[in-house]
Design a protein around this ligand. Sequence first.
Ligand SMILES: NC(=O)c1ccc[n+]([C@@H]2O[C@H](COP(=O)([O-])OP(=O)(O)OC[C@H]3O[C@@H](n4cnc5c(N)ncnc54)[C@H](OP(=O)(O)O)[C@@H]3O)[C@@H](O)[C@H]2O)c1
Length: 336
Amino acid sequence: MTVNRQVLFASRPGGGSGGWVTEDNFRLVESAPPAPGEGQVLVRNHWLSLDPYMRGRMDEAKSYAKGAELGQVMVGGTVGEVLESRSPRFKPGDMVVGALGWQEYAAGDAAAISKIDAAIAPASYYLGILGMPGVTAWMGLLDIAQPREGETVVVSAASGAVGSVVGQLAKIKGCRAVGIAGGRAKCDYVAGELGFDACVDYKASRLHVNLKEAAPKGIDVCFENVGGEIFDTVLRLMNPFSRIALCGLVSEYNATEPYAMKNLRSVLVNRVRMQGFIVSDRMQLWPQAIGELAGWLKAGRLKYRESVAQGLENAPAAFIGMLKGQNFGKQLVKLM
Ligand SMILES: NC(=O)c1ccc[n+]([C@@H]2O[C@H](COP(=O)([O-])OP(=O)(O)OC[C@H]3O[C@@H](n4cnc5c(N)ncnc54)[C@H](OP(=O)(O)O)[C@@H]3O)[C@@H](O)[C@H]2O)c1
């Protein structure tokens, strides 16, 4: 008999008062695969995406999206194969991307999943560079911050799923790309393999001095993924009329208190434009973004790296590891 393994959201971090997520917050269970209803498809998930936003879904605090529900399958993006279809839009064998959660089999509404073309790129890329993280990079940089040739773009979490694409897009647009990442190995990869002009290791001391050296003409665009002290330090170097695309604050997701910014005055005196954004707000831009990213990928102008955990049972540890910076590139779980 086929068994469906699922990871449920079992309890809130810190009993609901925030703090670090632990493996106890999840529970692995087994059940029979579901039968698809009318308009649904049964999917065997091959890949699960692990993303920082999932930490936010584990809190009760009001946010831009509904939280994960206790006792239910943990939310998450997936890529898999259609085994059975009760929708004219899909047939068995189709490869699809959707948000079918931390489980091996799922019955998904046909309206909420999309076919992918595994001839263009490996299926897992549709959870990364050709999926939500890639579109986030494209949207925040090209649609919101709109860098001009010759400008300096700084991006934090630069070796990660979003940040690695941001810096490479900045290079394609003729900018100086400066990354911020944790540790020598990540910085060597960002500056060496991804082709950024410089990468500053925030774990080495003197972040402000090193960033100033890496961005000698100041910063025109900040693509912010991390928040906290790193973002506060970047603010000190913003140029007049520069832009900030505020994408994420991963350093604060497991904190019990928000970081208190010290350098907001820079936003005022430099007339900086800062815009927060959520990639799902403008779904109409996704086809253009994915089309352009696929074109640059095919032309060899974008490089991409994945961290792969094996098996659903290892998803909680890999998720916690990703929030601690143990991933190197897009964090995925291989489910078969
Ligand atoms: N607005 C949107 O629609 C949207 C969509 C997708 C993602 N995001 C945001 O984009 C950001 C990056 O997401 P991703 O999927 O690309 O993740 P990722 O960068 O692949 O992985 C997370 C990285 O965050 C860094 N990090 C964690 N804690 C940190 C800390 N205390 N200080 C500095 N860096 C820390 C680590 O890199 P280091 O080892 O370099 O520290 C870690 O590898 C997140 O903030 C996420 O919430 C936003």
